[in-house]
Design a protein. Sequence first.
Lengths: 201, 465
Amino acid sequence: MDKFSTHTGVAVPLRRSNVDTDQIIPAVYLKRVTRTGFEDGLFAAWRNDENFVLNQPGYTSGSILVAGPDFGTGSSREHAVWALQNYGFKVVIGSRFGDIFRGNSGKAGLVVASVPQEVVEKLWEIAESEPGIEFTVDLHHCTVEAADNVFEFTIDDYTRQRLLEGLDDIAVTLQHADAITAFEVTRPSFLPRTLPARTAG
Amino acid sequence: MGKTLSDKVWDNHVVRTAAGEPDLLYIDLHLVHEVTSPQAFDGLRLAGRPVRRTDLTLATEDHNTPTINILAPIADPVSRVQVDTLRGNAAEFGVRIHSLGDVDQGVVHIIGPQLGLSQPGLTVVCGDSHTSTHGAFGALAFGIGTSEVEHVLATQTLTQARPKTMAVNVNGDLPHGVTAKDIVLTLIAEVGTGGGQGYIVEYRGSTIENLSMEGRMTICNMSIEWGAKAGMMAPDETTFAYLKGRPHAPDGAGWDEAVAYWKTLYSDPDAVFDAEVDIDATELAPFVTWGTNPGQGVPLSATVPAPEDFTDPVDRSAAERALTYMDLSAGTPMREIKVDTIFLGSCTNGRIEDLRLAASVIAGHKVADGVRMLVVPGSARVRLQAMAEGLDKVFTEAGAEWREAGCSMCLGMNPDQLAPGERSASTSNRNFEGRQGKGGRTHLVSPPVAAATAIRGTLSSPADL
C-alpha cells in the first residue's frame, strides 16, 4: 500500500444519502478477478445521466468525494473501494459510513474522513460554488482545507497510522505468529474443522 | 459486572491485545466464495504465503452461478473465469470446495449451518456482508472485504476494534401470518439503516426464543441492513437440536463437552448493553418495503408514505428520490401495487422452512397472469429436501419456475435479473436501486407474502386470498 500524507485534488459534491455499495458498483461489474479495471462500473446507473455530478464540467477529474450520510452501506464488496480508487479518488469525506466500507477503505488505502453533517453541507456549498475547486486533505493533522476554510476530520488513529506508513497488514500480523500458534494450542478439540470433509449420508 | 454474550465470545478469541491497537482475533471458520476471493488468493501467491488453516476454511460457488443448466459451461465467459479461478485457487491452496453439481453446494450462509460447521461461540467470517446469519447460533459472525479475506487466509486472524453492544428485546406471541422477516423489516424501519452502526446486536426475548433456527437466521441475516457489525442470539435447546447429528457437529464425548460450553454462552443477568431497543411482537403485521433501502418499509395494510411525512430533511429527500425511482405515488395502498416478478430464495429466506411456508400458501392456486415466479432454493440439499416433500411440484403446478441453488436474483449478478422498470416482490434482503437488475424495482417481503402476491399479482398476504 502506498503511503498517504496530504492530497490536493478536485472536490466532487455527491448530494445523496444512503449510497450503498450496490450503487457505487453494481454486482454485474464484480466479475473481474483483478483489483483494477473497476472504474467503468463506478456509479454505473448514474454515469449516463448528463446531470450526474461526475459528468458536470469541472468535476470529471475529481479525487476527493464529498458524500452524503450512510455512504458505502450494504454489501461487503471491496470492489466499491477499488472502483473509487481506479477512477482516481483518494479521499471520501462524509458524516456516516457503512462499517465494512470504512474498514475496506483503510485496508486498500482510500482515506475515509468523518466530519459532522454541517461540515459536509459547507463543503458541498464550496465545491458547488466553484466547480473544479481543489481541496487539500492533510492526514497528519486531520484537516480539510477548502477555500480558506480549514475543517477538522476524524479517522481512527490505528488506521491513520497505517495509511501514513503504508504498512502491509499481513506482514505486521505475522510478526505475532508465535502468539497465534500459542492461541491455537489452547483451542478445544470439539471445535469444528472443514477437513476431512464430512457429508450427510 | 456481568458480560454480554458477544463479550464472552470476543474475549475467548483474543490472540493479542495492546493499548491503542485493535485486538487481534482468532477466526474459527472462514467461508469463501468466487466473487470476493480471487484478489485475496492472488495476494497470497504474490507474497508466497500459504493458507494457514485449510481445515478452518470452506469454499463454495453461489453469487455468480447460473440456476439452470448448471453442469454446462457457464455461458458468460467473464463469469466462467471467476468460477474457474475459485476452483483453481481451491486446488492450489488445498481448500475444500463445493462446486456446482455437488450435493453440498449452495449459498454460503445456507451450507455452513447445514453442514453443522456454524456453531455457538465461534468466530465466523466471509467476504459477504450477510455472514451475520451465523450469529443465530450464538457465533460472532460478520462480513469482511477482500483485503481481510486475504488476511484471514494468511493468518487465521483479524485485527478488530471492539464494537459497542446493543440488545434488541422482542417479546410476545407473533400474530398469525407474521414471520421473522416481518420482525426484522419492522425493526429496520424503526431504527433506520444506520441504527446499528458500531454495534454488535443481541436479539433476545420470548419471541426470539420461540423461533426456529431458520427464523433466527433470517433475523440475524439482516443485521447488516441496519448497519450492525453482527447480530447474535444465545444458543438454546432449539440450537442444540438443530446441530445434533449434522456432519460437522461434535459427537460422542465431544458433543457433551461442546454443549457444556455452549450453555455458558448467554448475556449475564447483570450485563449492561450500551443501547437497547424493545419490540412488542404482538403488534406486528406483515411488513413490506416501498422504497430503495430496507428501512423504507410499512405494514402491508398501509399506504405509500409522502416525503412530507418525514421530518428529517435527509430522510425526506431520500423518500422523494425513492418514490421517483420506484414509480410510486404517495397515498397508494401497498396492496394495490402490481408486480411482475416474485423471487423466493436467498440467504435470508431460501431455507426449507421458507419454501414450505410459501408452498403451503400457493398450493392449489396459480401464479397470476403476467407474473413470473422464480423459486431458487438456498442450497442443493434444500432443493433435494423440498423435492422429497413434493414442494417442487406444488410450485411448478402453480406456474412457478423451479431452479437450482444459488444467490440468483437477490443480487442480479447471474442472468436472473429484473428488466428495467420491472417490479418484484422478493424474499431477499436488499431493495437498493438496481440491486436485482438495472432499473429494477424491489419490494422486500416474507415468504408467505411472496406466495400470496404471486397468486394475486399485487402485494398481498395469505389473509387476502
